[in-house]
Design a protein around this ligand. Structure first.
Ligand SMILES: [Zn+2]
Length: 362
């Protein structure tokens, strides 16, 4: 199994390439979109010869390495196909646009040796070099470098290695809006997520304020909203990085894999909107948490399993009976078991993940 991680390193970016790439990308998008046909279902009619003709035309005034043009065409086709899929599901709003000035650098465009990356900008003439050994946060234990993304101020590198994840034992996690419960090495642990909740609240209030402004100053408010959502995301990311790094450290010592709830199974069917909002936030947090925990664990050769969480906080872990609310956070089963609501979820996830007992009561 391939484990993947990505990192950012600062570089002196070739501004001319980034600009030209951006222009070409917009041009290609216009061309490819004109080949989307809307008979019955939307689909792309863009034949190989048309593609070749476009490529030749673009290469006319192109002084940079040719592979960049191929990468533009590929990524735009991918973008449009993704949009078509959404469109056919009735989920696409606006047509796709190219807004970010990023350059995808295929593996044919760079070499990697002794910690140094050498990226071809103009064939046999101009290169961009990055010495990865200078950056302490880039791990040394990878096997190869995947694709690179060049932005106006940094290079995003993806590193890969092959792992065969194996666990001695399993830990399970259950995340709510303000706390997370874990069962690690037979021990119940709670992690306080109030800081995280607070971050969301702060930005929610800011957003509400800006929305009032949007009637009078739509441009300004749009910019502000973007800025704040960016900051909110960064703060959440920061928090999650710290949390997952700490957990991974503990799991590595135990040789423990992680059992997580499969988030695809959760449906939003809550009526009132503040509750729905909280659900969304909770799901967003859980996604981020799982994503980070998973790639960090995999990198260290520890596996992750996803379990359908349906009824995980309502099923008796002893007899598979149906738990009912008791006092406070407690739940009770007809077999006599009384157990904390959060604890029962991680217990069940752990058992189901390990393959014991039926998944839920009929
Ligand atoms: Zn029971």
């Amino acid at each position: 199994m391939e484990a993947v991680k990505s990192y950012r390193v600062p570089v002196e970016a070739p501004k001319d390439l980034i600009e030209e790439y951006f222009k070409v990308k917009q041009k290609v998008l216009t061309v490819v979109l004109s080949h989307v046909k809307f008979s019955e279902k939307a689909h792309l009619e863009f034949r190989n010869e048309e593609r070749r003709r476009l490529r030749d035309e673009l290469l006319g005034g192109w002084r940079f390495s040719k592979h960049y043009v191929d990468s533009v065409i590929n990524s735009v086709i991918g973008l449009v196909k993704g949009w078509i899929t959404l469109y056919n599901k009735g989920k696409a709003r606006k047509e796709p646009r190219v807004t970010r000035k990023t350059v995808y650098v295929k593996s044919t465009l760079f070499s990697y040796r002794d910690g140094k990356l050498k990226i071809s900008i103009e064939p046999n003439k101009r290169y961009l070099e990055a010495d990865l050994t200078k950056y302490s946060w880039v791990p040394k234990d990878f096997e190869k470098v995947g694709g690179l993304i060049l932005t106006e101020k940094e290079l995003i590198i993806t590193v890969k290695k092959n792992v065969e994840p194996k666990a001695e034992t399993w830990a399970s996690f259950d995340m709510n809006l303000t706390n997370m419960t874990a069962l690690i090495n037979g021990e119940v642990r709670r992690y306080n997520l109030k800081t995280l909740y607070h971050v969301h609240r702060v930005y929610e209030i800011k957003r509400q304020r800006i929305q009032k402004l949007s009637k009078f100053k739509p441009k300004t408010s749009e910019k502000l909203l973007e800025k704040y959502s960016h900051r909110e995301k960064n703060r959440v990311k920061d928090f999650m990085h710290k949390l997952t790094t700490a957990i991974v450290k503990d799991l590595v010592k135990l040789g423990s894999g992680a059992i997580l709830e499969n988030l695809q199974g959760i449906k939003d069917r809550v009526l009132n909107s503040s509750k729905r909002n909280n659900r969304k936030l909770s799901k967003w947090n859980a996604r981020q948490f799982q994503f980070m925990l998973e790639y960090k664990l995999k990198w260290l050769g520890l596996p992750v399993k996803h379990v359908n969480p349906k009824n995980s906080s309502r099923t008796c872990p002893l007899c598979s009976g149906y738990l009912v609310a008791y006092e406070g956070r407690l739940m009770k089963c007809s077999c006599g078991l009384i157990v904390d609501r959060d604890v029962v979820a991680v217990l069940n996830l752990q058992m189901w993940g390990a393959g014991f007992t039926p998944e839920s009561p009929p």
